[in-house]
Write a protein that binds this ligand. Structure first.
Ligand code: NAD
Length: 247
């Protein structure tokens, strides 16, 4: 579905991002994954190479909250591969601090990584996509971007902003043949959820009409669809992958 396409995936070393990278490689893309440290990048790359030594994948670790570092990394990828077809802004942190225990610094952290870093990656990439005649940007939002969250207000606030950025840029960049969408996962069995005791997962699952948390691969399928030509007329969409939780 993505034969010959060049993709950049932030937060690609584990969880949902790792599944996206794998799914893109399985479907013929060349992928550059971004992680936060060299060790986690190396670990992800060796595990991917162990699955298939022919996959074209490499890793980098620019500081995503530093616009200049991100711009440099994106331009290096363009130099090496000649183009960037798909940008997935997936790296993110969650928060659950009650309001009165929040610090401005903690709130800033959510906004810096979950919102500003997306803008920093999109800026140089959109220029490249415009020049080459098109491309596709997919941001990771969350079901809390639609329903809010009862503590950790920085996190839902940042994901509401992700939706605003997504819909607005879809409108602005449509004429340049750049599609911009977001995927809004519900509770997904990444490291965070996998470490919860069984009874807690059972309790959470009772609030999910489908009756269980999602798997990272199920979320990654939405990223594959949106990046593919099957979604050629879909832009400005926030696609929920949450077992109907928010209803
Ligand atoms: P995860 O913690 O397993 O992965 C997070 C990824 O982001 C990692 O690859 C990590 O390296 C990267 N990252 C974190 N901080 C970083 C930093 N400062 N600089 C660079 N990279 C950094 O979590 P996940 O569940 O796979 O989350 C991925 C995305 O999905 C996030 O945007 C998250 O908000 C969103 N999401 C997750 C869930 C869920 O239930 N797991 C639900 C809704 C949305």
């Amino acid at each position: 579905m993505l034969k010959g396409k060049v993709a950049v995936v932030t937060g690609g070393t584990r969880g949902i991002g790792y599944s996206i990278v794998k799914k893109y490689l399985e479907n013929g893309a060349k992928v550059v994954l971004f992680g936060s440290r060299q060790e986690t990048v190396d670990k992800a790359l060796s595990s991917l190479k162990a699955e298939n030594g022919n996959w074209k994948v490499e890793g980098m670790h620019p500081a995503l909250t530093n616009a200049k570092e991100v711009e440099k990394a994106i331009n290096e990828i363009k130099e090496k591969y000649g183009r960037i077809d798909i940008l997935v802004n997936n790296a993110g942190i969650s928060q659950s601090t009650p309001l009165c225990d929040y610090t401005p610094e903690e709130f800033d952290k959510a906004i810096d990584l979950n919102v500003k870093a997306l803008f920093y990656a999109i800026l140089p990439t959109a220029k490249i996509m415009k020049e080459q005649g098109g491309g596709c940007i997919i941001n990771t939002s969350s079901m809390v971007s639609l329903i809010g969250q009862s503590s950790g207000v920085g996190y839902p606030t940042s994901k509401f902003a992700v939706n605003g950025l997504t819909i607005s840029l879809a409108r602005e960049l449509g004429k340049d043949h750049i599609r911009v969408n977001a995927v809004a996962p519900g509770v997904t069995r990444t490291d965070m959820v996998a470490s919860l005791p069984d009874e807690v997962v059972k309790r959470i699952s009772m609030q999910i009409p489908i009756g269980r948390p999602g798997e990272p691969e199920e979320v990654a399928d939405a990223f594959l669809f949106l990046a593919s030509d099957m979604a050629s007329y879909i832009s400005g969409e926030i696609l929920s992958v949450d077992g109907a939780t928010w209803i």
